[in-house]
Design a protein around this ligand. Structure first.
Ligand SMILES: Nc1nc2c(ncn2[C@@H]2O[C@H](COP(=O)(O)OP(=O)(O)OP(=O)(O)O)[C@@H](O)[C@H]2O)c(=O)[nH]1
Ligand SMILES: [Mg+2]
Length: 682
């Protein structure tokens, strides 16, 4: 167990997280290069980085899943989990976080990205993950870097402490002073920074900045507070101990900076991780691991293109090797076929994994992302439960070739296994397979994977909206089916009293037949015919909220049959409904949008453009500076709502929705919908 003053031991697992495109994958590359795991530092543009090695990530030049790579630094093993920054792939990050020792939050000095940073920090705060901030791209910033705390602090609930201050040549950051070490360094491109004398203006700034770092630390350390008040220089070790302890307890969040593309500040970051980040013992304690026997957490499931399944898992206790049989919390997980070390998409067999190691376990057929694994002696209660965010966008997909229909179902099941923030719904009525997810890019990547990895070409389109129709007035309608052709004839004759029902009632059928004018055994036939006819009303949609009462009819002893009465029932509906003022019904949903307060007014405008009805505004509980907007809006308008909500909120706004009621729709919009339906049916 790591104590004050002692470094944590065992292999570490560190997440690289942060807003979209802040440089996480590039930082992973820089770390791997600086620590000697790779010979040459690749770049995103050259498409040769260890992370983002999948075809889809390369193609879009963004992370679309986590990348995992291991290295060693000063004799310790480290595995980094590079997480996507896009909100659409955030589930990959959220599911990976529980088992990491700490996170490095890679960010930029950009006010516009602060809301995204806040979302990510919130996730870390909620999961109690100790976190460093790494302010990246200092090669691009100017003197605004002095504003770093003012800009970033609002995103964090715990206090940010500057661990370093920049030194300049003109407006360009050329190095830094480490405030704990009290040493100045100048950057060297793709080489370790060089120590230089700390003097002049830099020394003065160092004194002030160091004092303010110590003041922050002293908020949680009375002894240090006394030393500061009495003007006693605290020993350097004490400062390091405090930094480490307060980081682990989530009281402070140290801020370091550098440039991933130039490998600047990377060694300092590694040293901070080495000395200050907690290790597996702390993490096992945080998660409540009952140790002594093998326990691991699955942070990602990968179905490789050659068909093998791999579960990326952090071992939190015990030892897991080839042939170990593992259990999930509620059943068998499978037998480990092999243990792999990961280097992005490359995997290499290795020996048994021990507490702290993050490895890929081959062929655990029944293990899912988020599962807690233990050996066959004893199941372990789930260490964490991370439910995906509710989906916000959908597309309907179909295999371009009929022969791929079955394969499509199997491939989708695998995609879902890898990314549980995707779900699939079969719309039997519209004969559609609908994929639900977190945004356009995620769904695009899903269809690209279907093609690249599973060889299934698909076509996609907007999913069918669940329109219905009903009638505004009633009618008494006769339906008579009579055919005399050659031998056996067909005869069925019914009179239906058709009436509208209140909204949400569905369909009722009743009868008031006197004197056996329609024989008992044919009454269900009439009902079946009516139900069948209601599947397509005069406007082309299923008919709801209608009552049909069979009140009269006649029969023929020889020619009447089940079929003849079914047809008679259908006829009565087909002929009757067009005279009943049919009207279109559209599904209305209750939508709850969450957004930073400054975007609330924009939501208002957005809603009125989408036939939304605002029900109310509220502040979002537990979220300073955020609002909740409650709206009712038609399903057809929710289709791509997320795209606009995100663009109005720098990517952080979101919503949930649930069906509320069906509402009548008339006028031009209704006419267009009916015309489109007719055209599609023709
Ligand atoms: N100038 C400069 N550019 C950088 C630096 N680090 C990364 N970049 C650039 O920023 C862009 C995004 O880099 P990535 O490493 O893909 O960023 P990311 O955070 O992994 O992106 P996502 O995973 O998609 O959120 C690329 O064009 C990088 O070359 C840096 O330190 N300085
Ligand atoms: Mg990335």
């Amino acid at each position: 167990m790591a104590q004050n003053g002692t470094r944590a031991t065992g292999p570490r697992c560190i997440a690289l997280v942060g807003p979209f495109q802040s440089g996480k994958t590039t930082l992973l590359e820089a770390i791997l290069a600086r620590t000697g795991a790779i010979q040459r530092q690749g770049t995103i543009d050259a498409e040769n980085t260890v992370g983002d090695a999948s075809k889809e990530a390369r193609h879009h030049k963004m992370s679309v899943e986590i990348s995992v790579a291991s290295t060693s630094f000063m004799g310790d093993a480290y595995t980094f989990v590079d997480c996507p920054g896009s909100v659409e792939f955030v589930h990959d990050m959220r599911a990976a976080l529980p088992a990491v020792d700490a996170a490095v939050v890679v960010c930029e000095l950009d006010e516009k990205k602060v809301p995204q940073l806040q979302l990510i920090l919130r996730e870390l705060e909620n999961q109690k993950i100790p976190r460093f901030v790494f302010l990246n791209k200092v090669d691009k910033v100017d003197s605004t870097i002095h504003d770093v705390l003012r800009v970033l602090q609002p995103a964090s609930r715990s206090k940010l402490v500057l661990r370093q201050i920049p030194t300049f040549s003109g407006d360009i950051v050329t190095g830094f002073v480490d405030l704990a070490l009290e040493r100045a360094f100048v950057y060297k491109e793709h080489a370790p920074s060089e120590v230089v004398p700390l003097e002049g203006d830099a020394l003065d700034r160092e004194k002030t900045a160091r004092f303010s770092m110590l003041e922050t630390l002293a908020d949680h350390d009375d002894e240090l507070m006394e030393q500061l008040l009495e003007d006693i220089q605290p020993p350097r070790d004490k400062v390091f101990d405090d930094l480490s302890k307060e980081l682990r307890e989530g009281l402070v969040c140290p801020v370091l900076f550098g440039s991933a593309t130039r490998t600047n500040g990377v060694l300092r970051l590694m040293k901070a991780l080495r000395h200050e980040s907690p290790g597996v013992a702390d993490t096992a304690k945080r998660l409540g691991v009952k140790g002594g026997h093998p326990v691991a957490y699955v942070l990602k499931t990968i179905n490789t293109s050659h068909g093998g399944k791999m579960s990326v898992a952090r071992v939190l206790s015990g030892k897991i090797g080839d042939g170990t049989t593992l259990l999930t919390s509620d059943g068998e997980a499978g037998r480990v076929a092999a243990v792999f070390k990961l280097m992005g998409q490359q995997s290499e067999k290795r020996g048994a994994a021990e507490a702290g190691d993050t490895v890929a376990l081959g062929k655990l057929d029944h293990a899912k992302t988020g599962d807690t694994l233990s050996d066959s002696q004893q199941t372990h209660s789930p260490l964490a439960k991370v439910s995906p965010h509710a989906p916000v966008l959908s597309i309907a997909v179909a295999a371009k070739e009929r022969k791929d229909d079955v394969k499509l179902g199997q491939a989708l099941a695998k995609l879902l296994e890898e990314d549980p923030s995707i779900s699939v719904v079969h719309n039997a009525e519209a004969h559609e397979v609908v994929i639900w997810g977190q945004g356009e890019m995620q769904l695009r990547v899903a269809t690209e994977r279907l093609a690249d990895r599973f060889g299934i070409a698909t076509a996609s389109h907007k999913p069918t909206v669940g329109y219905r129709e009903t009638i505004k007035k009633g009618i008494v309608q006769r339906g008579r089916h009579k055919k005399q052709s050659g031998g056996h004839g067909q005869y069925g004759d019914v009179v239906l009293d058709i009436k509208p029902l209140p909204r949400g009632s569905g369909f009722t059928f009743s009868e008031e037949i006197k004197g056996g004018v329609v024989p008992r055994n044919y009454i269900p036939s009439v009902e079946a015919g009516v139900i069948d006819a209601l599947k397509h009303g005069p406007l082309g949609f299923p008919v709801v909220d209608v009552a049909a009462k069979l009140i009269d009819g006649s029969y023929h002893t020889v020619d009447s049959s089940d079929m003849a009465f079914q047809l008679a029932g259908r006829l009565a509906i087909h002929e009757g409904l067009p005279q009943c003022q049919p009207v279109l019904l559209e599904p209305i949903y209750q939508v709850e949008i969450v957004c930073p307060s400054e975007a609330t007014a924009k939501m208002n405008a957005l809603m009125s453009g989408r036939r939304g009805q605002i029900l109310g505004f509220d502040t979002r509980e537990g979220w300073d500076g955020w609002d909740v907007v409650r709206v009712q809006m038609p399903e057809s308008e929710i289709g791509d709502l997320i795209v606009e909500v995100r663009s109005a909120t720098a990517g952080v706004g979101s919503f949930t929705f649930k069906f509320d009621h069906m509402a009548e729709l008339m006028g031009r919009t209704a006419d267009q919908i009916v015309a489109a339906r007719k055209a599609a049916a023709a």
